[in-house]
Design a protein around this ligand. Structure first.
Ligand code: HPA
Ligand code: ZN
Length: 346
């Protein structure tokens, strides 16, 4: 799209107001410390932190694993269907304020079923919030069930079996948790089964792990989107492959800084990925832990990398292109985006 020059001072407003989709958000990563403490009180769960401030102070991560240890501890307060609803609803209210009009949410059932929470409790609470997001906020939302890759293939198969009675409530499966040492091939058979069931497939790859994990996620898991994928810049042939096949990457810049994938936002590879013609998107990952929701990711990344209005349009358009919405709905969402940018000319 041919865009008029946008005053640099008004670019943050454009980024905040433009319609967008969020495709990489772990709903358990949207649990703010205040809600963790409120749910702990409600459910009489003991936390190893004395206050909201003490918990926040623990958010000084050195890598993915140091974050995951605290993230799983935070999720231990979720017990009832209403807890899952309240968590997702709080996210949807914030997302709607960030002009998110479509969201695909990851959830980690094994984090809950391992504590004795029923699969139905998790899925029904989240699914009810998704329905209310559509009817009350005009935000379409769907769920993607993630397998924890530090656990076994057998446990992933058992999790899928437990979830199948609620098949209509989730559109696909993903793969998350500790990446290095748990390569995609460990989950090739379960992803094949999910593909046969008509589930969409995505996988975290190339967050901390090597470019070979991205190749393997495509070749062995049938991944249609790669979550993170930022290590692709280390492999020129892979960059070409991603661009040629229009494999989307769901990039999470503030996450990458908080988990020390890059020392500073100024060094982030997002600009390089866009320049290579890769269908990159901006997302928040675990916003309560990484210092910002999707608009914070947009505004800070644009500031640090000196990105322009045309890249704002590209990123928002990519978010709809990369989403798993039905084709006719996708065209409507892209039309809303085009209209938004058309109005900037007037
Ligand atoms: N990477 C892997 N697993 C995760 C993440 C992440 O950024 N967030 C929540 N689970
Ligand atoms: Zn993630």
């Amino acid at each position: 799209m041919n865009l008029p020059p946008i005053d640099l001072r008004s670019l943050p407003q454009v980024l905040r107001a433009m319609p967008k989709a969020e495709l990489h958000i772990h709903i358990e990563g949207s649990l703010e410390p205040e809600m963790i403490f409120a749910l702990a009180r409600r459910n009489k769960v003991n936390l190893p932190y004395s206050s909201v401030e003490a918990l926040r102070q623990a958010y000084a991560f050195t890598d993915l694993q140091s974050f995951l240890d605290i993230y799983y501890a935070g999720a231990s307060v979720l017990l009832k269907e209403q807890d899952f609803y309240d968590m997702a609803w709080a996210y949807f209210e914030k997302a709607a304020r960030d002009s998110v009009i479509h969201a695909e949410l990851f959830f980690d059932p094994q984090t809950h079923t391992s504590r004795g929470v029923e699969m139905g409790t998790v899925i029904q609470g989240l699914a009810r919030a998704c329905r209310d997001a559509r009817s009350q906020l005009g935000l379409s939302a769907s769920l993607i069930l993630c397998f924890l890759r530090h656990l076994s293939e057998d446990e992933a198969f058992a999790t899928l079996e437990q979830a199948l009675p609620w098949r209509e409530h989730f559109i696909g499966v993903g793969l998350d948790s500790s990446e290095v040492g748990h390569p995609p091939e460990k989950f090739a058979r379960i992803f094949k089964r999910c593909g046969d069931l008509g589930l969409r497939r995505v996988a975290h790859a190339g967050e901390e792990g090597p470019p070979a994990y991205i190749h393997a996620a495509l070749d062995l898991l049938g991944a249609e989107r790669i979550d993170h994928g930022v290590q692709a810049t280390r492999d020129r042939a892979l960059m070409q492959r991603l661009a040629d096949r229009r494999v989307p990457l769901t990039v999470c810049p503030l996450s990458n800084i908080k988990l020390c994938v890059y020392p500073h936002l100024e060094q982030h590879s997002l600009g390089q990925l866009l320049d290579a013609g890769i269908v990159a998107t901006i997302n928040s990952d675990d916003p309560a832990y990484f210092g910002g929701y999707i608009n914070d990711n947009f505004v800070q990344t644009f500031g640090a990398l000196k990105l322009q209005a045309s890249q704002a349009y590209t990123l928002a358009r990519n978010s709809f292109e990369a989403s798993f919405i039905e084709t006719s709905v996708r065209s409507n969402l892209i039309a809303r985006l085009d209209q938004f940018f058309e109005e900037l000319r007037n």
